[in-house]
Design a protein around this ligand. Structure first.
Ligand SMILES: *Cc1c(COP(=O)(O)O)cnc(C)c1O
Length: 483
């Protein structure tokens, strides 16, 4: 965890003093903040979307940049006195462009969802609004009559979006009804091959040809395999779609050059969206990369979708992206992928069924139905034993999206702590130990339950003791001692 083990004394005194300042106003917040560190240090964090940002990234977020309004873009703000925000926003964008080899980077989105909503409206503005205004002979939107506005709204709405289905590993923001993307777009989904669990590009091409989407969305939150983005672009081009890749989950593997060539979305997509806090290990936030063609529309994220940017988080993005440009980060990213292999092999050799029978990214998706459990039961039993995971649908999940049949685990966080092959093999053993010793429970009326479970006597304590050994060997934020 080289880039997380800055001068321990310096980091300790920074946090001890900060906590003292906080405690002088609301001691319960200071206490909860201390407890959160203790809890994170003591748990086996396998949530695939979480990580541990460096002290430099975390400290950057706690400053007076938070106090500044800076709506607009660098050099073109709706507020006075934004010269220092301009500096950090420019730095973050420059690092992002260099890191990912992108033509343009927009670092204002506050989260992954904001980045996607901003990107969708940018694509609509570029693909629909612009041509529509030209066709209607309108130079200035202020000249639109009410009747014209009606027509423009109709033209913008009901556009077709094709994304990966939720149970194949897609994300809510890729056109699912509970999310605004499923309401603003006429959406359709592509899935995975039922036999292999892999994206079936031929089926996807056939569906795209039939559906003719304006936007083809690639990217996932729970797919344990790499995607061929060159092929995705070919399909998008064949049907005249804009290819948007949401790399929220795997941005760290792109930044660390584990995904290159056809697996690197940046050279192939028109627009790439991302979070900065998952495998990329930055502050909680989002960002967008785009080609020159789409840049002017993306640049209007504020005021189209966003208000004032979080300047303190943009500053922290600049720090995190600078970290990600180092050779150490490339080693980290390769370790994430290598560790996922070890974890998957460790689970399979102990009899666990995995979706796609393995992984080649940072995600491992267990099908826990072979243990006679739902994802909900497995998640709860693992948590009792201090193993933090999340339940997740598997393709064509018979238990639906609430109870599910899967458990999703990922390697970015524990790899940041320095876990390697031996530790991840031990983690596989701990997971299987819990699942083998958990039985599905019954309802109070004696019927089979999808939620209740019985964990064997002493299993939780035994697993906790064994994970404590692993965690003690690889401390989180080594050298950071709270008084
Ligand atoms: C996590 C995730 C998001 C949402 O990110 P938030 O920062 O939680 O809004 C969007 N898309 C994908 C694919 C994700 O995995």
């Amino acid at each position: 965890m080289s880039d997380n083990s800055l001068n321990g004394g310096l980091v300790s005194s920074a946090y001890n003093q900060a906590l003292e300042v906080i405690a002088s106003v609301e001691p319960r917040v200071a206490a909860a903040t201390r407890q959160e560190l203790a809890d994170q240090r003591a748990s086996l964090k396998l949530i695939a979307s979480e990580n541990y940002a460096s002290p430099a990234v975390l400290l950057t977020m706690g400053t007076w940049f938070s106090d500044k309004y800076a709506e607009g873009t660098v050099g073109h703000r709706f507020y006075a006195g934004c010269q220092n925000v301009d500096t950090v926003e420019s730095l973050a964008a420059e690092h992002a462009r260099e890191l990912f080899g992108a033509e343009y980077a927009y670092v204002q989105p506050h989260s992954g969802i904001d980045a996607n909503l901003t990107a969708y409206w940018a694509i609509l503005a570029h693909r629909v609004e612009g041509p529509w205004l030209t066709d209607a002979g309108v130079k200035n939107m202020n000249d639109l009559s009410e009747a014209d506005w009606e027509k423009l709204r109709a033209a913008l709405g009901n556009q077709r979006l094709l994304g990966m289905s939720l149970d194949a590993g897609g994300h809510l923001t890729h056109g699912f009804r509970p999310n605004i993307s499923g309401k603003m777009f006429h959406q359709n989904q592509y899935g995975t091959d039922p036999a292999t669990g892999l994206v079936d590009y031929d089926a996807l091409r056939a569906k795209a040809k039939e559906f003719k989407p304006l936007i083809l969305v690639a990217g996932y939150s729970a797919y344990p395999r790499r995607v061929n983005f060159a092929k995705m672009r070919e399909i998008a081009d064949e049907v005249g779609a804009t290819l948007m890749v949401d790399m929220a989950h795997f941005a760290g593997l792109v930044a660390g050059k584990v995904f290159t060539g056809d697996e690197d979305p940046v050279p192939h997509a028109h627009v790439v969206t991302s979070t900065s806090h998952k495998s990329l290990r930055g502050p909680r936030g989002g960002f967008i990369l785009a080609t020159e063609e789409y840049a002017p529309s993306v640049d209007r994220g504020c005021p189209m979708v966003l208000g004032g940017p979080l300047s303190h988080v943009m500053a922290a993005k600049a720090v995190a992206f600078a970290e990600a440009r180092t050779p150490e980060f490339q080693t980290y990213a390769q370790n994430i992928a290598d560790n996922a292999q070890t974890l998957a092999e460790g689970l399979m050799k102990r009899g666990t069924k995995l979706v796609t029978d393995g992984t080649d990214n940072h995600i491992v998706l267990l099908d826990v139905s072979s243990f006679g459990l739902t994802g909900r039961q497995a998640e709860s039993a693992l948590l009792d034993a201090g193993v933090v995971t999340n339940r997740n649908s598997v393709p064509a999940d018979p238990n639906g999206a609430w109870y599910t049949s899967g458990i999703r685990v990922g390697t970015p966080a524990l790899t940041s702590r320095g876990f390697g092959a031996d530790e991840f093999d031990a983690v596989a053993d701990l997971i299987v130990e819990v699942l083998q010793n958990t039985q599905a429970g019954t309802t109070s009326a004696g019927a089979p339950s999808k939620a209740s479970y019985v964990l064997g006597d002493g299993v939780a304590d035994k697993v906790r003791a064994r994970s404590a050994e692993l965690l003690d060997k690889h401390p989180l934020y080594p050298g950071l001692d709270l008084a």
